[in-house]
Ligand binder design. Structure first.
Ligand SMILES: [Zn+2]
Length: 287
């Protein structure tokens, strides 16, 4: 009996192995063995698959394996089980400068004993859990590790956000809190990156002096900005003219319509007060 092709495909173990590796493994690493160390700890033995490595000292390709070493790397837990990767790393000998070096693995920073995704997992736990003990219990690591990974990951995110001005930006104000002493609303100015659909930066205050003395003017690439979208505020117009010299200033459609509606409504109310309408209001119920 000949089975339909899909049944044969489902039964193919290599395909499942590939999926398993793709789902759990790091980009360049292949799992070759799984071991349960305890009821709550899993170990995956893994190897890196590449034909050559590049010498970190002289950037020469090396194909010659010198020897092997095992490294134990902590990875993101699977459900409640701790995961360790036991990676069999090759050490290469450079044909040019004869130095011996270990192959790097994508997803593990040199010298670190845990994967980047595990450190990112700690950062997620530290942001979402209410106390440090829960983070420690969930990630099975020390307080020191939680602090280290948390601030390291935050720094990485800050670096990602630090890029020059895009081509099109928007400037708008936003009130977020009322001052407890003066009872006036406090304002912040938001700079929107329209090219990437995200907030680029926020500055406290909304006056020209506050914005000119803020960190906003330190962001590089002000001359790259070609379009600045603002409301009808003269402060933002002055700020955009001074600090974004190559930009065309556009007034946001939303603010124009809002202003138009306000005037239209004022005229409507005034018109309705006219004596003709007052008369009609009185006679209409009789008809
Ligand atoms: Zn070399």
């Amino acid at each position: 009996m000949v089975l339909p092709p899909q049944i044969i495909l489902l039964g193919e173990i290599p395909m499942l192995e590939n999926k398993f590796n793709k789902f759990l493994s790091l980009p360049e690493v292949k799992f070759i063995k799984k071991r349960n160390l305890t009821n709550h700890t899993i170990e995956f033995e893994a190897i890196k698959q590449s034909t050559f490595e590049v010498c970190p000292k002289c950037a020469t390709k090396s194909y010659k394996v010198y020897d092997h070493v095992y490294v134990n790397i902590k990875d993101t837990p699977i459900r409640d089980k701790q995961v360790f990767l036991k990676i069999r790393k090759r050490r290469f000998k450079c044909p040019n400068c004869s130095s011996v070096f270990r192959e790097p693995v994508q997803g593990i920073v040199k010298g670190f004993r845990s994967t980047q995704r595990f450190r990112s997992h700690i950062r997620w736990c530290a942001s979402n859990f209410t106390d440090l003990k829960r983070v420690k219990d969930k990630c099975k690591c020390s307080t020191w590790m939680v602090y280290k990974a948390y601030y390291e990951q935050l720094n990485l995110e800050v670096k990602k956000l630090d890029y020059p001005w895009p081509k099109t930006i928007g400037i708008d104000e936003h009130s977020f809190v009322r001052n407890t002493k003066t009872h006036f609303k406090e304002f912040a100015t938001i700079f929107v990156d329209f090219n990437n659909d995200r907030v680029r930066d926020v500055a406290l205050g909304r006056s020209y002096d506050e914005l000119s003395n803020s960190h906003i003017i330190d962001i590089k690439g002000r001359e790259n900005v070609k379009n600045v979208v603002i409301d009808m505020s003269s402060t933002f117009k002055k700020f955009a003219r001074t600090h974004f010299p190559n930009a065309t200033i556009t007034v946001d459609k939303f603010h124009v319509i809002k202003l138009f509606n306000h005037h239209l409504n004022t005229i409507r109310i005034e018109t309705m007060k006219h004596r003709v309408f007052e008369y009609l209001k009185r006679v209409e119920p009789l008809q």
